[in-house]
Design a protein around this ligand. Structure first.
Ligand code: AGP
Length: 614
């Protein structure tokens, strides 16, 4: 989390930094700040809240700051210390000569702080980052060389970080380094950019170097000196980024989330192109680099992910087990990395991540890779850190997702899981040809079905209005749609802040039913198939406790009218594909409730699009 950007060159730096930070706002938006090398000092400007506050803060100084051509900037997602101006980056040493922006967490900051305080440093913020400013400055006092000081400081720092550092005595220079956090250097003409993600500088250059862990780069307008952790010089490997500058536009929609929900039919169409030609043809999935022989003998899969991607993984488990008969374990990456996991070269490990940068998932992937597992990554960012760890890479190609709440990337992950499961089932011969053909034919109809739902979104809007005053919300489902209930609840809580929970309906009577009364909305994801009748009984049980019952269903059964206060009907779909169809109204309910409550839909409080801290 947090976004960092830096520039050294000949152009006025302020707008470069502000525009870059704007592109990184998805990484956090608690506060922002910039540091500029001016004539005889480094000037720091900070503001609490969104970037527009920093722009306002800078406006009165616009003219005097145009001369600055070297600077660093930061947009913060608070980890240590409240989102205040004092805790906003850049942080400086006590004399103000050295300034730093940081993405990540300095794990041993308390020990370092004690040492530095004993040496006379005074801390002004509650952040872990300020220790870096004092540490590098104190080493600089001895070695009088910023690059050397950064090397020596890195040896003492534990944790994850991407750092950009400037010193007043070494003008027109930024020293940068990273460990377990992304940092990319962009090459211009007599200028260099640095950022935690490509959108920050893609409109200026497409030539870039991805820094590896522990490397240190010294940037001046005319040169980059790249060194490994021991100070040995390295030849930078310049890559041409496969990116076009993206004009992020809401295309007339009120929020990016609504636009992204509407893009989902095309997202599915795009994914299917070249992979699913006709229901009769086998799935083409060249991205999977396991041999047919290995796939045939594959008898264990682990899937690791977080948040929405974890819910996609849970559905992935359901369909892989159903189609291929391979046992699949699914685990939250944050749990996976802190226990003794049993994985080896015979296990396929699948990492799922929209951003490809989620710290917990990245660590989990690295751990299982070290144990010899084949790593398959499903991500919307083929240029991400996770993608670079992949043995097999399935890019989900949902297009850039701006809204923090994942919608189209989730549907894209699910579509990719279906393709993967079908592909493996065809190779393993675990499904009857007629079932395969029927399923593929149904998959091809999914975009139209979503379009039908979107065409009747006013009904869903009505439902959202009706229940927007609630404090709590329960989603129930069974079988393949249990993760849909979890995801529906996650969507609602993250953008409306309503206490929403997803339950397996069979578990309701084992505790949660105690919460039900006439104030509690219970939304039942009642899709026709193996658990329909069971879920109907569970819904009756909730109704008997006076809950406010809502059905999301593809059934036309009239008896539902007596049981439910509100019914959202979706086009008919086979049970195995129902998670894709069922999710669309749940995204819309969350969206309309949050919009009705006047929440900041695209940038909900406390969240960030890319979670690069553990
Ligand atoms: C989704 O709406 C959330 N913002 C969040 O749960 C997200 O899915 C999670 O942080 C994982 O991110 P990733 O897919 O980028 O790894």
């Amino acid at each position: 989390m947090c976004g960092i950007v830096g520039y050294v060159g000949k152009k006025p730096v302020v707008d470069i930094l502000l525009d870059g930070l704007e592109q990184l706002e998805y990484r956090g938006y608690d506060s922002s700040g910039i540091a500029l090398k001016c004539a005889d000092s480094i000037k720091v400007y900070k503001a609490e809240g969104k970037l527009k506050n920093l722009r306002e803060e800078l406006a009165p100084h616009a003219y005097e700051l145009t001369k600055a051509t070297t600077g660093i900037g930061h947009i913060r997602w608070a980890t240590h210390g409240a989102p205040t101006v004092l805790n906003a980056h850049p942080h400086t040493c006590n004399c103000g000569n050295l300034t730093v922006v940081h993405n990540g967490i300095i794990e041993n900051y308390k020990e370092l702080k004690e040492e530095l305080e004993a040496k006379g440093c005074t801390f002004r913020s509650q952040t872990d980052t300020e220790t870096v400013a004092h540490l590098v400055a104190s080493i600089y006092g001895q070695v009088k060389d910023l690059t050397k000081a950064v090397h020596l400081a890195s040896e003492k720092i534990q944790g994850a970080y991407a750092l950009c550092i400037m010193h007043n005595n070494e003008p027109n220079k930024i020293v940068v380094t990273k460990r377990n956090a992304p940092l990319i250097v962009g090459y211009g003409e007599n200028e260099f950019y640095v950022a935690s993600d490509i959108p920050a500088f893609i409109k200026h250059t497409k030539r870039a170097v991805y820094l590896s862990d522990n490397q240190v780069a010294t940037l001046t307008p005319d040169s980059i000196v790249l060194e490994d952790e021991h100070g040995n010089k390295l030849e930078p490997k310049v890559e041409l980024l496969p990116w076009e500058p993206i004009a992020l536009s809401k295309m007339g929609y009120k929020h990016f989330m609504l636009k992204e929900i509407h893009e989902q039919p095309d997202v599915i169409r795009n994914i299917l192109v070249g992979k699913l030609h006709t229901p009769e043809d086998p799935i083409v999935l060249d991205e999977v680099k396991l041999t047919r022989e290995t796939l045939k003998n594959l008898n264990r899969i682990q899937i690791i992910a977080c948040g929405t991607s974890l819910h996609a993984a849970m559905i992935g488990k359901y369909i892989i087990e159903n189609f291929c008969g391979i046992p699949v374990d699914v685990e939250a990456s944050s749990e996976y990395i802190y226990r003794k996991t049993v994985t080896d070269e015979h296990t396929l490990v699948i990492g799922v991540s929209q951003s490809g940068e989620t710290a917990d998932t990245l660590t989990a992937i690295k751990q299982s890779k070290a144990k010899g597992s084949h790593i398959l990554i499903i991500t919307n960012r083929p240029d991400s850190a996770m993608a670079r760890e992949a043995d097999s890479l399935i890019p989900v190609s949902a297009g850039i997702e701006v809204s923090v709440a994942a919608t189209k990337s989730y549907i894209a992950q699910l579509t990719s899981f279906y393709l993967l499961a079908l592909y493996m089932a065809e190779i393993k011969g675990t499904m009857a040809q007629s079932d395969l053909t029927a399923l593929k034919a149904e998959m091809m109809l999914l975009p139209q079905k979503i379009e039908q739902i979107l065409a009747h979104k006013e009904d869903i809007q009505k439902c959202a209005r009706k229940y927007s005053g609630t404090r709590d919300f329960i989603y129930i489902a069974r079988g393949i749609n249990y993760p849909t209930a979890l995801e529906g609840a996650l969507k609602l809580k993250e953008i409306s802040y309503i206490n929403a929970t997803g339950y397996s309906a069979g578990e309701l009577k084992h505790g949660p039913i105690a919460m039900l009364d006439e104030t509690m909305p219970v939304l039942s994801i009642l899709m026709k198939g193996s658990v329909y009748e069971k879920l109907l009984s569970n819904s009756e049980e909730a109704k008997a406790r006076n809950a406010r019952m809502i059905a999301l269903t593809n059934s036309t059964d009239e008896k539902l009218d007596d049981l439910f206060d509100f019914i959202i009907r979706v086009p008919d779909v086979i049970e195995l594909l129902s998670p894709i169809v069922a999710m669309i109204p749940l995204q819309l309910i969350a969206y309309y409730i949050a919009e009705f409550l006047g929440k900041d839909v695209d940038q909900p409080r406390n969240l960030a699009k890319s979670v690069t801290v553990e």
